[in-house]
Design a protein around this ligand. Structure first.
Ligand code: ASP
Length: 472
């Protein structure tokens, strides 16, 4: 006989069942013992009385023990129905009980939402924290959302392609995490801030439509609700205009919400497309909260922000930096396509240039960004120069991409919605850690594994790395 899910019991009155799960709670009335047995599907009440051959064993059972129960489902008498439980009209009379694992007393209660518990303690025992219903639901929902995107994109001709984790620095505005090479001492890989260059190279390779559920790694200073690694639904398409990309994303998100979150209301369809200038002027933000009623947890006000400036002045570094990233196509403020004039403006007045960047926003959060890319090597080199790079450095860092573009390159663009933020909004959670299985703290520490951690002297020797001890 196979494992029956606890929730199925409600439709199995009179049947013999085998159940597996954790003990959620125990109520010992002396001659009769009740437990709530919890599995992934939910809770069902188990009754053990003196007629059971395992009655004595049942007396030893405590919360969070793992059990196998054989028994018979029966209807509860009307006055004992528990309306708070989905299986509240039935209970299972245990005939035999097997203790599969005992459990120490847990460091915290897993039957509540968990918001009331110190987060550091929750993260230290994350595998227990994840037993709580709210987090189980969040991760199961996340799985469904990712599966939806995978199926949606596959059915529309997108190919899922993995790109390297050990790679070369790609500027996305953060610091790189570096990995030392043992075989080439003194040389380093960088962990990808995004698959940006690889996905563009896949367009050069002729794949036309790519996606990947991609992990991005950015060594940023602790800043609010950030994680050093996060997940993007990374996409790139050939032969598209900005509006093709935005139309596609809009349709995909509407269908995802209608399929998986039918209780949610999308405020504006189609999603408004607001210029950066207008967003700042009217809302004072490039990620405006356009909800009609911000207290309504089921409202989703999606919008696109377009026509960003290409560059912003970086005071600390005394140079221009790309607002999105340097691969974004710059454009003249009036939209004219005049290459000579564009090159001139890049040299003399970068501040006037707009770009083909678009941001995807929802309820006051940026949930994704993308752009149509520069495929003309001459313009790309000029953009890098405007950002303060010397020609020989540009060739050293990006020569592969520039060369690739010299062999025939389809016009292309893409976008990368951030899955953690999207799940946070959909699940009405206060931060992204609540929708990530094993998140790090704001300072990038994993309190369960205790990382970052020191490594063996031997390992450092192999890598020819000497660690300078911090002086006190
Ligand atoms: N790589 C970009 C990012 O991470 C997204 C894109 O331009 O497609 O923001």
């Amino acid at each position: 006989m196979k494992k029956i899910e606890n929730l199925e019991c409600k439709n199995l009155i009179g049947e013999e069942v085998i159940l597996f799960g954790f003990v959620d709670s125990v109520r010992d009335h002396g001659k009769i013992i009740f437990f709530d047995l919890r599995d992934r599907s939910g809770i069902v009440q188990i009754v053990v009385d003196q007629t059971s051959k395992d009655f004595e064993l049942a007396k030893k059972i405590k919360s969070e023990f793992v059990l196998k129960i054989k028994g018979k489902v029966r209807e509860r008498p009307p006055h004992l129905i528990n309306p708070d439980l989905e299986t509240g009209k039935v209970e299972v009379v245990a005939d035999s009980i097997e203790i599969l694992s005992q459990a120490e007393v847990l460091p915290f209660d897993v039957s509540t939402t968990g918001y009331e518990i110190d987060e550091a303690l929750r993260l230290k025992y994350r595998y227990l924290d994840l037993r709580r219903r709210r987090l189980q639901k969040n991760l199961i929902k996340r799985h469904k959302v990712l599966l939806f995107f995978r199926n949606y994109l596959s059915s529309r001709g997108f190919i899922e392609i993995e790109t390297p984790i050990l790679t070369k620095s790609t500027p996305e505005g953060a610091r790189d995490f570096l990995v030392p090479s043992r075989l080439f001492p003194g040389k380093f890989y960088a962990l990808p801030q995004s698959p940006q260059q690889y996905k563009q190279l896949l367009m050069v390779a002729g794949f036309e439509r790519y996606f990947q559920i991609a992990r991005c790694l950015r060594d940023e200073d602790p800043r609010g609700d950030r994680q050093p690694e996060f997940t993007q639904l990374d996409m790139e398409m050939s032969y598209v205009t900005r509006d093709d990309v935005l139309d596609f994303i809009e349709e995909m998100f509407i269908e995802m919400v209608e399929t998986l979150y039918p209780e949610k209301k999308i405020t504006y369809k189609p999603f408004p497309r607001i210029s950066y200038e207008e967003a700042i002027r009217i809302y004072g933000s490039d990620k405006p909260d356009l909800r009609k009623d911000p207290n309504n947890p089921n409202e989703l006000a999606f919008a696109f922000i377009i026509d960003f400036p290409m560059f912003e002045w970086k005071e600390t570094e005394n140079r221009w930096d790309a607002v999105h990233h340097p691969f974004t196509q710059p454009k003249l403020p009036d939209g004219r396509k005049d290459k000579e004039e564009l090159l001139r403006a890049l040299e003399t007045s970068p501040e006037i240039l707009l770009s083909e960047q678009y941001d995807f926003v929802c309820n006051g959060y940026e949930i994704g960004g993308g752009s149509i890319r520069t495929t003309d090597p001459e313009i790309l080199i000029k953009v890098f120069e405007t950002m303060g790079n010397k020609r020989e450095d540009i060739i050293k860092k990006f020569g592969h991409l520039l060369q690739a573009f010299s062999f025939g390159v389809p016009p292309h663009g893409g976008i990368a919605p951030g899955i953690d933020r999207i799940m946070m909004i959909l699940e009405n959670e206060p931060n992204i850690r609540e929708v990530i299985a094993f998140p790090k703290t704001g300072e990038g520490r994993d309190l369960m594994m205790e990382i970052p951690s020191e490594v063996e002297e031997e390992q450092l020797k192999e890598l020819k790395i000497k660690v300078e001890k911090e002086e006190n």
